[in-house]
Ligand binder design. Sequence first.
Ligand SMILES: NC(=O)c1ccc[n+]([C@@H]2O[C@H](COP(=O)([O-])OP(=O)(O)OC[C@H]3O[C@@H](n4cnc5c(N)ncnc54)[C@H](OP(=O)(O)O)[C@@H]3O)[C@@H](O)[C@H]2O)c1
Length: 328
Amino acid sequence: MNKINWGIIGTGKIAHQFAEALAGTEDAQLYAVASRTAEKARKFADKFGFSNAYGSYAELAENDNIDAVYIATPMSSHYGDAMLCIKNGRNVLCEKSLALNLKQTEDILAFAREKNVFFMEAMWMKCRPVFLKVLEWINAGMIGEPRYIKADFSNYIPYDKNDRLFRPDCGGGALLDLGVYPLTFADAVFGAPDEVISSAQLRDGVDVNNSIILRYSDGRCVSADNGFQLQLSNNALVSGTNGFITLGNWFHCTSEAVLFNSDAKIVEKFVCEPEINGYEYEIREVHRCLRQGMKESPLVPHDGTVRVMKLMDECRRQWGMTFPEEEK
Ligand SMILES: NC(=O)c1ccc[n+]([C@@H]2O[C@H](COP(=O)([O-])OP(=O)(O)OC[C@H]3O[C@@H](n4cnc5c(N)ncnc54)[C@H](OP(=O)(O)O)[C@@H]3O)[C@@H](O)[C@H]2O)c1
């Protein structure tokens, strides 16, 4: 079986994690890496064993030997980087949040369809066995009818105006960086809500914490707190008419989920430690899709990405938060 030739765009924190997972994936070829500076690309390539290092993203995007490109740049760059790759016929796995807003997201996905390339948001949570087990329990009716979700994602991160997380021009803020996980989790279980109620504290143009409630006309409800100012336990709970499910610390990448009955007694515990560092599951999903000629992953479908982006647009609308890119 031919290996899948991977190219990585951007050499920051998550690119390192991803490269480590790629290096441990048997049918992945570490083919190329691109940075805005040739030295960084060369250093990264040498560290992980990539065959090619480019000092511009365009050089990588134009290389027809590359089967899949992983985009690991800040949110504000995703649109340009994704369009560049798609224009050149590359299949793409693009980091979350896929873009700054719904308009960019829809444009990217429409262009991917037009050019007939595979495109997937790197929503690794949705590819992890624990997440899939939780959906399996819910779909099998193990907690009855799901009615309520509580999912938080807040890490204490000291304010640094130079960090992409706090920079409006990088698409910063807790919503797009962290809130996308609880919202994606809620969307996977409940779908689109009827009402969004949210508030946020903004600092220098980005949300440093936010609280989001999603309401459904039949009474179902989601509550999510996200931010950079407090360390929360980052658990998730799905409660139904006949039991509940908990996902532990760092729910979006946890190795364990627990199923309880309505007496709060444990019915089943599912544990699945990552084989490498957890990113291997999304890599395998891309490989599976490419080998089967799919243009979209059934695990991370485009319409889910779009619904979540719509929610995030609505939250920012309620807060009066726009990115500089949107003010042009
Ligand atoms: N899946 C996950 O678990 C996870 C975790 C963390 C982050 N992420 C996502 O991954 C993306 C990157 O996050 P990160 O934490 O790796 O960020 P980071 O450490 O700041 O790295 C981003 C990289 O993007 C490139 N870049 C291009 N334009 C840039 C700009 N204007 N400013 C700064 N860097 C720029 C840089 O690479 P070059 O200098 O080499 O061009 C930089 O090293 C974000 O979309 C984030 O949401 C995902």
